[in-house]
Design a protein around this ligand. Structure first.
Ligand code: PLP
Length: 428
């Protein structure tokens, strides 16, 4: 499936999902949903539990998300020993150190420790769009638009206009230009204030937004006095893939939100960064939303390790993800289709060739250990993945997954393809 075809089916699915509650039974939307039982990212039912009756040790390779990482001994020690104070008073030394580190790494004037990526994006929107009814323009497949519950509308009173997300995470700048409102203060129009871009792009499988695009996007934003916010939940993956310092990417943006709790392995936290004035306003908005934390140095201590030690190992995740993707394309009998050209970071998305096997059923097979598997491979491996948008399956690499784990996941994927060929009679 080409990236464009995949994107068309993602959009069709999202249209059907949003229409489905009101659609009459048997309408095309309903039929499509029945025929394509794909669930979105946060579905927890995709992977089956490993069960061999307890006789054989079962290894688990958890590829559901890079949010599943657990802090290791060094991180836990740093958390236990962190010096703390009341951060709402600005008195937590560890939080202050983390914020200073982020400021330096991102090349911004100031940074603020946030409880989550969702709150960080929302606060950025609130600070950039200060008048009720202000408008932001963002990609139709962006996390902010699809997965953050419309918080910008429900909590910040901000109106969203979307542009079509292209397969590499960019958008057409002429289309973006055409969406900017010029009528303000005419009473008919909202005021365009903000453009948001996501890097790397989650739904599109960890795509890295190219630097020349960001440069052009910023010039367009400047031309109309718009702010540019980057949802850089996986910004450090983008920097690693491009082989550049994060500030090289961020010099094009007014603000950025970077998650510490994904590939960087911290248990909690996101950094929001921008100008001093932006961050002062963000401190107020964070308190209003209940995100002012007290002795949060315990969490910031893990964040400091996430920023200092973890970016250097992201290439390993990218390499392992690529080996897995390449192995899927070489699997015999063939079951998997992967767009290797779109494989840039730690997320692998693939399509199953077998129309009789849904992504949900496939994830159940990967997660379940059978006696046949133990007989054939000498051990049981439960590989956890999620059925993903547009009839795909998604697997994500992170610091809990080694090269050996990757080889186990490859073996399991080959085993499932082989078993499937036997049961469906599709094999040779
Ligand atoms: C691109 C992107 N932005 C924002 C978020 C939200 O982060 P959090 O789960 O910390 O709220 C996520 C989470 O997966 C994400 O992938």
């Amino acid at each position: 499936m080409s990236s464009n075809t995949l994107l068309r089916s993602v959009r069709a699915l999202l249209r059907c999902t949003s229409r489905s509650p009101a659609s009459p039974v048997g309408s095309p939307a309903r039929r499509f949903l029945r025929a394509t039982p794909v669930r979105l990212y946060y579905n927890r039912t995709g992977a089956g539990a490993a069960d061999t009756g307890g006789s054989v040790p079962v290894l688990t390779v958890d590829l559901r998300s890079d949010t599943v990482t657990k802090p290791g001994p060094a991180m836990r020690r740093a958390m236990a020993e962190a010096e703390v104070g009341d951060d709402v008073f600005g008195e937590d030394p560890t939080v202050n150190e983390l914020q200073k580190m982020a400021t330096d790494i991102f090349g911004m004037e100031a940074a603020l420790f946030m409880p989550s990526g969702t709150m960080s994006n929302l606060i950025s929107v609130m600070v950039h769009c200060r008048e009720r009814g202000d408008e932001m323009i963002l990609g139709d497949l962006s996390h902010l638009h699809i997965y953050e519950q419309g918080g910008s509308a429900q909590l910040a009173g901000v109106h969203s206009t979307t542009v079509t997300t292209l397969p590499n995470g960019t958008f057409d700048l002429d289309q973006l230009d055409s969406k900017i409102r010029h009528g303000y203060p005419d009473a008919h129009y909202p005021r365009s204030r903000l453009v948001c871009v996501e890097n790397t792009h989650n739904i599109l499988g960890g795509r890295v937004v190219p630097l020349p695009f960001l440069q052009e996007l910023r010039s367009l934003a400047d031309q109309y006095g718009l702010a540019l916010h980057m949802d850089g939940a996986r910004l450090m993956n983008a920097a690693a893939a491009l082989g550049v310092h994060p500030s090289v990417i961020l010099k094009h943006c007014h603000s950025v939100s970077v998650c510490l709790s994904k590939g960087l392995g911290a248990p909690v936290g996101t950094m929001l960064a921008g100008s001093k004035d932006f961050i002062q306003r963000a401190v107020r908005a964070r308190k209003a939303l209940g995100g002012g934390m007290r002795q949060s140095g315990i969490l910031a201590a893990a964040g400091k390790i996430a920023l200092s030690d973890m970016p250097g190992r992201l290439d390993e995740d990218h390499r392992n993800a690529r080996s897995f993707a390449e192995a899927l394309t070489q699997c015999d009998p063939p079951l998997y289709q992967v767009d290797l050209a779109a494989m840039e970071t730690n997320i692998v998305r693939f399509v199953l060739h077998d129309p009789g096997l849904s992504p949900t059923e496939f994830c159940e097979l990967m997660g379940t250990v059978s006696e046949a598997e133990v007989d054939a491979l000498g051990q049981g491996v439960s590989v956890l993945m999620f059925p993903h948008v547009g009839g795909t399956v998604r697997a994500v690499w992170h610091l809990g997954i080694s090269e050996e784990d990757t080889q186990l996941a490859i073996k399991k994927a080959q085993f499932v393809a082989h078993q499937r060929s036997l049961t469906s009679g599709r094999g040779r």
